[in-house]
Design a protein around this ligand. Structure first.
Ligand SMILES: [Zn+2]
Length: 248
């Protein structure tokens, strides 16, 4: 399928919602910390697995270790800017060709790329708060903290408003995401397969006939999409940008 055809579909669609998957993060150079070698290295380094450390139970009982891991392995990644897939989404949104972006990823890359209507299902690392007095703190406050970041006002540990393992996703956020998918004429799934957590949780809300999947790696669930494009998202976005540029 040519990017021109995809553009045509986006132009004809009155409302297009995007599910932005993990593959887009990898394309931007972020590591797959739950996979193979990286995950093994993390366990060797900290004595716990990533799943253990990024859990609600671990956060409650070992805050200093949690923040050590969180700053060194997660916040340090933010130096990497959003890749072409994200800047491409922002451009499509600016031109009115997509209307909403939904992601489970907590690094805030769509917004950093300039996307406006973003639903962060699991929250993002830029949003931090004091559970006692409600004061909010920027990411830098956590990044530059030593040991456990404390609220300036009441000395309670400040925490990121992200969903740790063992915590429920905020129901209001899920409802908003479900509504954005229900109203979509086109559902554009980028950088993930249809059996991923992101999709299995949300694609059921889609009632249309134009579920378009863009993912580099073929997967048995691809047959559930109406249109499949086996490509890197950043490659596709780059070509779409070129196509758009040519037509200005
Ligand atoms: Zn406080």
């Amino acid at each position: 399928m040519l990017e021109g055809n995809l553009l045509q579909i986006l132009r004809e669609s009155k409302y297009t919602t995007v599910l932005s998957g993990f593959g887009m993060l990898l394309e931007s150079g972020y590591p797959a910390i739950r996979d193979g070698e990286v995950s093994y290295d993390i366990e060797q380094k900290y004595g716990y697995s990533m799943e253990e450390m990024f859990s609600s139970a671990f956060y409650s009982t070992r805050k200093e270790k949690f923040y050590n891991f969180y700053r060194n392995e997660l916040l340090s990644q933010l130096e990497k800017p959003p890749g072409k897939g994200f800047t491409g989404m922002a451009e499509l949104e600016r031109r009115g060709l997509i209307q909403c972006i939904i992601t489970r990823r907590i690094f805030g890359l769509p917004r950093r790329a300039g996307c406006k209507n973003v639903i962060d299902l699991h929250g993002n690392v830029y949003d931090n708060f004091c559970p006692h007095c409600g004061r909010t703190y920027p990411m830098e406050y956590i990044r530059d903290s030593v040991r456990v970041p404390l609220c300036e006002h009441c000395k309670t540990p400040v925490r990121p408003r992200v969903c740790l393992f063992g915590e429920m996703v905020d129901n209001r956020v899920i409802t908003r995401a479900a509504e954005e998918i229900q109203r979509a004429e086109v559902l554009l799934v980028l950088g993930t397969n249809l059996k991923s957590y992101l999709c299995s949780q949300l694609t059921d809300y889609y009632g249309g006939q134009k579920l378009i999947l863009v993912n580099e790696t073929p997967h048995y669930s691809d047959r559930f999409a109406d249109i499949v494009i086996h490509q890197r998202v950043d490659d596709l976005m780059e070509r779409i940008q070129k196509e758009l540029g040519d037509k200005i």
